[in-house]
Design a protein around this ligand. Structure first.
Ligand SMILES: Cc1ncc(COP(=O)(O)O)c(C=O)c1O
Length: 388
């Protein structure tokens, strides 16, 4: 850490990665680095410690998201990798995919690549609030629709999608349902069975409070996903073929054991505090932010103004100022960390009307306080006043 790092930073970039982490997460990473070996590779104590840790974490994730079988829980290095494995592992030439304009590039770019190999893609347009209705998804379905891929909540404006209803549409039409829960895992309950989700992709390092380099793909019962990467699994070493059983089929190479130890500690923290407590706290802060910013002259807030319809992500611009300039001022003059620009979601910004310069994104987390939000609103007030 650089000497000049100011620990009093007001961190409002939790949608990128959550910070700080619960103390137990730092401790768990440290412990795992000191006292675990490579999982599934040997029978000595350090290797078994890693095996135990992986199994316990899979079990926790399976229960957290109602996956059913812990073997269907696959560790990845982030949500992007989970999404790539899921999309490329189930969609083939001649298949049709329905998705939305609110998706992150980690869905849009793999789909764009798949399009080049003969996959058809329909992008359903969200309204100006970033919302897509289940009926719009139903209308886009064709005879060859293999998959419906939907973001749970927007990383630009926080809008929550009706995933249970969209899941029902997918189920009724015999299509697979993929949910990108990057912005909701750890904050909103996600039940794979109740929402008819076949493929659930989450990062470990955002709302689940784990370290960077962690992500998870959860695969519903009976859903066949082809591997993207083959290699050592520690199982069936006599064969040059990738094992067909889960999770080995989709998990090649040494796993991020310290990262997963941190993720487990993050899950334990969430379970202890309670997801609904975290949600309520973030909603209170989001309301303060939405109300405070909406009242300011020269500031335009995008997306729904009702925190019941969003997660803790708020996008705004100061009229006549580049969001990058505003975000730099917030950082340098006020010690407030935000993210400017297009947030890897160009079509989402087109939907809400903020393409090409984008917005300044404020994203709250469990460790933010009301006082910090008030300071952020005051800082925006000062910046916007410079224009008068
Ligand atoms: C909605 C959404 N999907 C996917 C991702 C990709 O997540 P990761 O950075 O873990 O690859 C992000 C990251 O910001 C996101 O907001």
């Amino acid at each position: 850490m650089s000497e000049s790092f100011d620990k009093n930073v007001i961190y409002l970039d939790n949608a990128a990665t959550s910070w700080p982490k619960p103390e137990a997460v730092y401790r768990a990473v440290d412990y795992a680095m000191r006292y675990s070996g490579n999982a599934s590779r040997s029978g000595h104590r350090l290797a078994l410690e890693a095996d135990r840790l992986l199994y316990q974490t899979r079990k926790m994730l399976a229960s957290f998201f109602n996956v059913g079988d812990p073997a269907q829980v696959v560790f990845t290095k982030n949500c992007t990798e989970a999404l790539n494995v899921a999309l490329k592992g189930v969609v083939k030439e001649g298949d049709h995919v329905v998705t939305t304009s609110m998706e992150h590039n980690s869905v849009l770019r793999p789909l764009s690549k798949l399009q080049k190999s003969g996959v058809e893609v329909t992008v359903v347009q969200a309204n100006v609030e970033g919302y897509v209705a289940p009926e719009q998804i139903a209308e886009a379905i064709r005879y060859n629709t293999k998959l419906i891929a939907v973001i749970h909540a927007s990383n630009v404006v926080g809008t929550i999608m009706p995933i249970a209803d969209i899941g029902k549409v997918a189920h009724d039409h015999g299509a697979l349902f993929l949910v990108d829960a990057a912005q909701t895992a750890g904050t909103l309950p996600v039940d794979m069975e109740e929402c008819f989700i076949d493929l659930l992709c989450v990062p470990g390092h955002k709302g689940l409070m784990g370290p960077s380099g962690t992500g998870v793909l959860m695969v519903g019962k009976g859903v066949e996903v082809e591997s993207l990467i083959e290699g050592g699994t520690g199982s069936l070493s006599e064969s040059v073929e990738q094992p067909s059983f889960m999770p080995d089929r989709l998990e090649s190479g040494t796993l991020n054991v310290p990262g997963i130890a941190g993720l487990k500690a993050g899950l334990e923290f969430i379970t202890e505090v309670g997801q609904s407590t975290i949600r309520q706290h973030e909603q209170k802060l989001t309301k303060l932010l939405l109300d405070g910013l909406s009242e300011l002259d020269n500031v335009l807030v995008y997306g729904p103004k009702d925190p019941n319809r969003t997660v803790g992500v708020v996008s705004a611009v100061v009229r006549g100022m580049d969001p990058a300039q505003v975000s730099a001022l917030l950082d340098r003059e006020y010690g407030i960390a935000t993210r400017p620009g297009l947030h890897c979601a160009p079509l989402a910004h087109k939907s809400i009307g903020s393409f090409e310069t984008g917005t300044v994104r404020f994203s709250v987390g469990y460790f933010n306080t009301e006082e910090e939000i008030e300071k952020a609103v005051q800082a925006m007030k000062h910046i916007a006043k410079q224009l008068d």
